[in-house]
Design a binder for this molecule. Sequence first.
Ligand code: NAP
Ligand code: ZN
Length: 365
Amino acid sequence: MFYVPTRIFFAENALAQAKEKILKLGRKALLITGKHSAQKSGALDAVQSLLKEGGKDWHVFNQVSENPSLETVMEGARELLDNGCDFLIGIGGGSPIDAAKAICLVAANNTRIEDIYNASLYAKAYPLVAIPTTSGTGTEVTPYSVLTDQKAGKKAGFGSELAFPYAAILEPSFTLTMSPKVTLHTGIDALSHLLEGLYSNKRNPIMYPMIFNGIKTIYKNLPKCMSHPDDLEARTEMMRASLYGGMVIAHASTTLQHSIGYPLTTEYGVPHGLANGIVMRSVMDLYYPAIKKELDSLFEYLGISRDQFYQWLEALQISLDFPISQSFIENRLPEVLSSRNMANNPFEISAEDIRKIYHELKEEE
Ligand code: NAP
Ligand code: ZN
């Protein structure tokens, strides 16, 4: 089955194309953003102009930080209800959009903070328009929201069909302001999602054209976006690949490749895409015997060998500038083993497999 109920507008003038659809959603919008990027990218101004022209009111909630917390979701839901908003527009990277996805559910169902991850309790949602300003998560077309439980010191996601945005507005120029670092980390996240479409035990050949094309697109365009941040054509290509990645994980879900990265983010603040990138080669090595047919066809399609792919990864200089500790590895192993995404691995992954991958990031003793 292939199911993405989100209306996808992908064009240089995607927002203008979606105008009528957005304006009919309600009377007053809650605009959910991070601190700076919605403004900096030009997306917030563009949305406010559109709402103004359409005679709609809005309220801005710009308190979403990276790896949004359950508390931020509760605060956003309160802002929505207190300000009488009846639809939401999430603008930014994955963090504001994931927060917005949870807010539209929490506000509609009067959810308690301890129940946020319990998707079975959601019966309805306020309509949400998602406007990405990064090319990475693909969250604008997935049913997931990834949140940080600060009390438990844990990052985890939930999935609900009700969390699919009503519409996704992909306007590549909104990504031009990303720094080379954010460009790299988010681009590697998109690459992870596409690879996981092959790794996952939910893999489905109907998605292979998207996966193969998306990976080739990143292979060609990610270095260009880093060296020439204003290259709109390359930015457009990256946004398309990220969208494919989102559609792929909406079906295949993520795997160990993501589970192993979440603790690096909660413990050390490693950006999401970087956390995926630093283990990408080890995870591919681990999976390769099980996914040989798919990966060999991928490398043939790219016209390179697996070693050349690894050299390309290395040239991107994805690395941590600090070592992780032995106690981190032992403390976090149970969390990785019990994470939701581990159900999708191509074969049973042992504690030893995970320990080995983490060890490669550890300083020599
Ligand atoms: P992000 O955490 O949303 O943003 C990272 C940084 O980039 C922030 O400092 C942000 O600034 C900045 N930024 C965003 N757009 C920019 C632009 N156009 N110009 C300049 N700076 C910009 O990053 P992300 O990688 O997109 O999202 C990561 C989150 O998504 C993680 O929590 C991850 O777990 C989640 N995720 C979710 C899914 C899903 O399906 N739900 C899939 C993969 C990942 P501001 O803070 O000012 O906005
Ligand atoms: Zn991801």
